[in-house]
Design a protein around this ligand. Structure first.
Ligand SMILES: C[S@@+](CC[C@H](N)C(=O)[O-])C[C@H]1O[C@@H](n2cnc3c(N)ncnc32)[C@H](O)[C@@H]1O
Length: 453
């Protein structure tokens, strides 16, 4: 007896196809049996239990289709190939309720199969077990990390991924070597346009950047959100390794002011663009210097060249209301009080240091950062509490207690000072089997920041 199990809808195999993808090689004609039913009777016919069990049930294939020979009837596709495979009971039902049988060829082509199905039909069998279809999408660009054995098929793999995912315009293969300083991947285009400037969205902000020249990791979005949630509107943030701004821009949108720094000129350029595009450029000051130099001078900059007093960010509704009020004021004279402005702030509330490979090694730079203005009259009031430092790092220790011991030891060695009791160690994510990412957060020890031990 025939059943779906015998209808082979897998694509024709074209093993070893490399270079250009030949989509025409993926065509399949499947002979089926159809029942011709008067159009007006189709619903009733389909509802009968006896027919239901025999109707074709293949994903993405319509089972009732127009009848090319008669516009007043429809063809109902069955899962059987010929009349002989039908039970006498079904046959007599069809003879009574329908207009008869018709042969039908189900034509499947490249558009029918998923990327994975096509790749399973293209790759040599020994490469099929771990088909390389997992990739990450950033904007219009998909990035994949192909193992060496898949490289001969990279263009076919890239083209199939591109064809099968709406919105993609570029597929790149990450090359093994990551830029050690700026943490972006070297990559080659394996399908589509050679356009690396992507638009990504995180925390209701739009980020534009050149994926081939800056660091971006969408897996960090929870960590970005977590730290930003610790900031209060009006806080002053110093982001030492800011990238294109995934901490800086959402923090500014929340009402913080941000000194965002990155040594990579491309990151700094796109951080500025992202501040402009998200309409927070009055709250973000971008710099492009080495993190060590930045840590040493940024508290002085905040003290001597603070951001001007700024209001809290407004919703579009608030802005519209204000505009209406201003127009009304032109007629009636001023009626609304000026906005409450947050006072200008000369202190730094939070340092963010997300360069997990080496950030701990920069901690010695904090020594004496507040010394240049510690004798000024209002210093004690302004720095009544010390800035928080949030420093990301990796550890090979997998047990939490061991990880904390390891991170504490390295942080204290770099600082040349014990960490405060209230220090927290937040597990961010497992990066590799023996490599976890943490964020250690602590209030900068006052004596260290003032220049002593
Ligand atoms: C891991 S990325 C983090 C970027 C961003 N904060 C994020 O969370 O996605 C580290 C950033 O530090 C920058 N960087 C590397 N070395 C640096 C240095 N010595 N001084 C300042 N920035 C540096 C890199 O260009 C990169 O953008």
């Amino acid at each position: 007896m025939s059943s779906t199990a015998t209808i082979d809808t897998s694509p024709p195999t074209n093993r070893g196809m490399r270079g250009a993808l030949n989509r025409d090689a993926f065509r399949k004609s499947i002979p089926l049996l159809a029942v011709r039913v008067p159009a007006a009777q189709t619903t009733k016919f389909m509802k009968s239990d006896i027919v239901k069990s025999r109707v074709l049930d293949i994903p993405k294939v319509r089972t009732v289709i127009p009848d090319a020979q008669d516009s007043k009837s429809r063809l109902v596709l069955l899962r059987d190939k010929d009349e002989e495979s039908l039970s006498p009971e079904i046959r007599s039902f069809i003879e009574k309720e329908a207009l008869g049988f018709a042969p039908y060829n189900l034509e499947l082509d490249y558009s029918y199969w998923t990327a994975d199905e096509i790749l399973q039909a293209v790759l040599p069998e020994h490469l099929c077990e771990t088909s390389p279809t997992s990739f990450t999408i950033t904007g219009h660009l998909a990035h994949i990390n192909l193992k060496d054995e898949y490289l001969p098929y990279k263009y076919v793999i890239g083209q199939v991924i591109l064809d099968k995912h709406k919105g993609l315009r570029t597929v790149v293969n990450k090359l093994d070597n990551i830029d050690t300083e700026f943490r972006f991947f070297k990559m080659e285009v394996i399908a589509g346009e050679s356009d690396f400037v992507v638009e990504a969205h995180e925390a209701n902000c739009k980020f534009t950047f050149d994926f081939s020249s800056v660091y971006w990791n969408s897996r960090l979005h929870t960590e970005h959100e977590r730290l930003v949630s610790l900031f209060n509107p009006g806080d002053v943030i110093a982001d030492v390794f800011a990238g294109v701004g995934p901490f800086a821009i959402p923090a500014a949108k929340k009402g913080c002011v941000v000194f965002g720094n990155d040594l990579n000129p491309s990151s700094a350029k796109y951080m500025q663009k992202n501040a402009d595009d998200n309409q927070v450029n009055d709250r973000v000051r971008v710099s492009n210097v080495d993190g060590r130099e930045y840590i040493r001078q940024i508290a002085s900059e905040a003290w001597h060249r603070p951001f001007p007093p700024l209001g809290l960010p407004k919703s579009s509704k608030q802005r519209a209301r204000e505009k209406r009020n201003q127009q009304q004021a032109k007629i009636d004279g001023p009626a609304t009080a000026p906005d409450d402005l947050l006072p200008s702030r000369r202190r730094i509330d939070h340092f963010v240091m997300n360069l997990p490979g080496t950030a701990l090694e920069f901690l010695d730079s904090f020594r004496g950062i507040l010394a240049p203005f510690k004798a000024l009259p209002d210093f004690k009031t302004i720095y009544d509490t010390m800035p928080m430092v949030h420093c990301h790092c990796f550890t090979k220790e997998i047990e939490t207690a061991d990880a904390i011991t390891d991170i504490r030891r390295r942080a204290e060695r770099a600082l040349g000072h014990a960490l405060p009791e209230e220090t927290t160690f937040h597990f961010v994510r497992a990066v590799a089997p023996k490599k976890d990412m943490y964020c250690v957060s602590f209030a900068l020890p006052r004596d260290l920041a003032l220049g002593g031990k």
